[in-house]
Ligand binder design. Structure first.
Ligand SMILES: [Zn+2]
Ligand SMILES: [Zn+2]
Length: 504
């Protein structure tokens, strides 16, 4: 029997080996923290704020506790080539802090962007960071991200058209933007990563778009572009009534302070943006830090990076047309999840030590928080449902006329999801009795990632086909017990005794 490093196998009833993920999510530090402290965290923040946390935040914690746990149900897949079976637990597929869903989404999104969206032309990354008051504004009113992004796109497209000497109607740019919600310390830091085609498409005589490369911006040009972006953002936000100009000063209008969300989630967001603690005995204080690295001195001026009044625009990263692997790495970087399991550890005193991806300039390597303070930060990372975090502009916009003429066609068909995408999944008789009547295949498939359905873990080549959905407790227990796995889901924690759970 062959097994690879990430899977393990065991003989099933009929003698065929079965694969399932050896990774046990319930054994990670992050899982245990959420399991033990989520209820106390809800109670603490709701008591302190006098209002209920938004349901989508509570749901995120609940779904995380079921993510990847076989005892909550799974799909049984079989390889068409070698006959191998694989058990696939359902994923929460949430976008806030689940590391395993974040990593899968990163892989899936990056591959999709490279194979099906970004044309084979040079691409420049433009990163816009915002001053803290605007981060707060966008966290509280995520619908404002769209007009902010439009301003940035217009300014950059105008710059590219000017650079190649075309008028507005003569050419079209294209971009994919990732709205990233966090910084390296799992702090809330909404900023924009735009992968902009480094040039424009000019319509050729035969209607076929021709790509015209742009030159690199100079530092002075970048500085001027940032000035334009800031001026237009201020104008747009003032027009919408979120900025108020008075006596020559600009103020952020107080957002609607009523409603449960404003009272519970807003303080969490403010704290997570300013590296502070929202509720509990240390409310308002800065998060503690550990320094394990040498402080870096001096402010080396970065090339192609401009800073004005808390805004920054960075445009130094460029990928050439043929560097598709590098492009995929860049796509992975900008779609990476907020947390990785190994960055979350407990110290001997029971505090959470969150390792930074890269040490800060002052040498800080870790942030130290109580479990409840850490959960406050996780809650702030949860995006509102249906908020699209990837946007397409110009020639790459979903409705753009030229889109189909410029996007890559992707690898040959076999990279798809075999037996799932087109045919709507055929299933064998045993499946039908194993699933509750009213759960459709479409809904079940929404609970797993395509990448988990693509390749046989045993032979590496065969197509996996879903042969059953195991959703009923007695069947789940029977199969897991047979495989020597724990048939019971991990218990969900309860609110600790009063008085205990507010002690940090
Ligand atoms: Zn998940
Ligand atoms: Zn196989």
């Amino acid at each position: 029997m062959q097994t690879n490093a990430h899977h393990t196998g065991r003989a099933h009833c009929d003698g065929a080996p079965v694969h399932y993920e050896r990774h046990r999510p319930e054994q990670t530090t992050l899982y245990r923290l959420v399991q033990q402290h989520a209820q106390s965290f809800f109670a603490q923040s709701e008591e302190a704020a006098g209002a209920r946390l938004p349901q989508f935040v509570r749901d995120e914690f609940d779904a995380f506790l079921e993510c990847g746990i076989l005892a909550h149900g799974f799909l049984r897949l079989r390889c068409g080539d070698c006959g191998h079976d694989k058990l696939l637990a359902f994923s929460c597929k949430r976008r806030g802090f689940c590391p395993s869903c974040g990593a899968r989404r990163m892989s899936q999104t990056a591959a999709h962007l490279v194979d099906h969206v970004i044309p084979h032309v040079p691409v420049r990354q433009w990163v816009l960071s915002l001053p803290i008051p605007l981060r707060l504004l966008l966290a509280a009113q995520p619908e404002l991200v769209t007009p902010v992004l439009q301003v940035v796109q217009r300014v950059v497209t105008r710059h590219l058209l000017d650079g190649v000497g075309l008028k507005g109607e003569e050419g079209q740019g294209g971009a994919v933007t990732l709205i990233q919600r966090f910084g390296s310390a799992a702090n809330l830091n909404i900023h924009l990563h735009c992968l902009v085609l480094d040039g424009v498409y000019r319509c050729g005589a035969d209607g076929v778009p021709v790509f015209v490369q742009a030159g690199a911006p100079t530092d002075d040009e970048l500085h001027a572009l940032l000035h334009t972006v800031i001026a237009r953002l201020m104008k747009m936000l003032t027009r919408r009534g979120v900025l108020v100009e008075e006596m020559g000063q600009t103020w952020l209008a107080e957002p609607d302070a009523d409603g449960d969300e404003a009272r519970t989630l807003r303080p969490l967001q403010v704290a997570a943006i300013t590296y502070r603690i929202a509720f509990g005995p240390r409310a308002g204080q800065k998060v503690l830090t550990l320094r394990g690295a040498m402080a870096r001195f001096g402010l080396a001026r970065e090339l192609l990076c401009s800073d004005i009044d808390g805004f920054s625009l960075h445009a130094a990263v460029r990928v050439q047309a043929h560097e598709r692997k590098r492009l995929e790495q860049l796509c992975r970087y900008i779609t990476r999840p907020a947390l990785a399991d190994e960055r979350v550890q407990l110290n001997a005193a029971g505090q959470v030590e969150l390792k930074l991806k890269t040490p800060w300039r002052d040498g800080t390597t870790h942030l130290v928080m109580s479990p409840l303070e850490f959960l406050q930060r996780l809650a702030a990372l949860v995006p509102r449902p249906r908020l699209h975090l990837i946007r397409f502009h110009g020639v790459l916009a979903p409705n753009a006329k030229q889109r189909s003429l410029v996007v890559p066609q992707g690898p040959p068909k076999d990279e798809g999801v075999p037996g799932v995408a087109a045919s709507g999944v055929q299933c064998e008789a045993e499946t039908v009795q194993a699933r509750p009547a009213r759960i459709s295949w479409a809904r079940l498939l929404k609970r797993v990632f395509d990448i988990d359905l693509q390749r046989c873990p045993n032979c590496g080549a065969g197509e996996l086909r879903i042969i059953a959905a195991i959703l009923e407790r007695p069947v789940i227990e029977k199969i897991l017990a047979h495989l020597g796995l724990d048939p019971q889901p991990p218990p969900k924690g309860r609110v600790r005794e009063a008085g205990l759970h507010f002690a940090a």
